[in-house]
Design a protein around this ligand. Structure first.
Ligand code: SF4
Ligand code: SF4
Length: 292
């Protein structure tokens, strides 16, 4: 059983090996065995990090702390929040997928729709794989977004809140900060898909190399950029905010119908605000947007 000293490295290796080796990391269809995702970024946060209480204000009181979802998942376990760690990862879209979507202006490319649909199934398989591997090694673990207790409230309340936000969790684990369009800008950009797990194991937390929630977005920092506003075909991004309701209405049914009609499968996806933008594949260079 790996000890706490090398736990972070061991878990990062588990995640990266699954991405490299799993035959479910595939786009399928006309792209056959082409992988859906490139090499992931992995980060960690301690279960007693005060940021999780801050999420109850930023996201809503329904958002779980790691301790809350762990207790719900393992009710007979006695533990302290500091015994837990959060594992978060970002799966980057491939160069081919980003290039295709960059060239689209109203609807997603087929590669993007496939990575969002079948690549997300792979992401779920990765969450299960990690839970199982950790349990087999003797560590109780849960992937909160897969828990039967996980809920989102938009359909019942009209407020786009869930009990576990992968973007906020990735932020806590040092993986990035929020952009104007609400996506998380990571060191490999915003064209990523996120996942996470909570484990009863102390792991050295990843440093958060930022001070604010939106430090990597030049628009939210100093009003520069705003390219994602023009990229959104639904008019869901403005200088003030990302309109989640308008975005959701474009994703379903406009784009679900398009994907069925054009690509022949039941799927989801857009990603136009994640591609063809300065934060697509990295952290935008603030100097690039300075007046000269
Ligand atoms: S495109 Fe520009 S304004 Fe929009 S999230 Fe990215 S960096 Fe921020
Ligand atoms: S996902 Fe599509 S519809 Fe939603 S904000 Fe981004 S570009 Fe607009």
């Amino acid at each position: 059983m790996p000890g706490p000293d090398n736990a972070g490295q061991w878990i990062s290796s588990l995640i990266k090996a699954f991405v490299t080796d799993s035959i479910s990391n595939r786009l399928g269809g006309p792209f056959g065995e082409e992988p859906a995702w490139g090499e992931p970024l992995v980060g960690f946060a301690s279960g007693d990090d005060p940021i999780f209480e801050a999420f109850k204000k930023a996201v809503g009181p329904v958002h779980w702390t790691p301790g809350e979802i762990f207790r719900l998942s393992f009710p007979s376990s006695a533990f302290e929040a500091a015994d837990l760690s959060v594992i978060s990862w970002a799966l980057p879209q491939t160069c081919l997928t980003k290039k295709d979507n960059r060239e689209s202006s109203k609807t997603p490319s087929e590669r993007w729709a496939r990575s969002r649909t079948f690549g997300e199934k792979f992401n779920e398989a990765l969450k299960k794989h990690l839970e199982t591997s950790l349990k087999e090694a003797g560590y109780e673990a849960v992937s909160p977004a897969l828990s039967p207790l996980w809920k989102r409230f938009d359909k019942t309340t009209g407020v786009y809140v869930s009990t576990w936000s992968e973007r906020h969790i990735a932020h806590s684990a040092g993986l990035g900060t929020f952009g104007l369009c609400d996506g998380l800008i990571t060191p490999v950009g915003k064209a990523v898909r996120l996942g996470s797990a909570v484990v009863r194991l102390q792991i050295d937390p990843t440093a958060r190399p930022y001070e604010s929630w939106h430090e990597y977005c030049p628009f939210l920092e100093n009003g520069k950029c705003g390219v994602c506003i023009q990229r959104c075909p639904a008019g869901a991004i403005s200088e003030k905010r990302h309109d989640k309701k308008r975005c959701a209405a474009y994703l379903r049914p406009v784009l679900t119908d398009f994907i069925r009609d054009q690509f022949g499968f039941e799927g989801l996806g857009c990603g136009l605000c994640q591609t063809g933008v300065p934060c697509e594949s990295g952290i935008p260079d603030k100097d690039f947007f300075q007046d000269c």
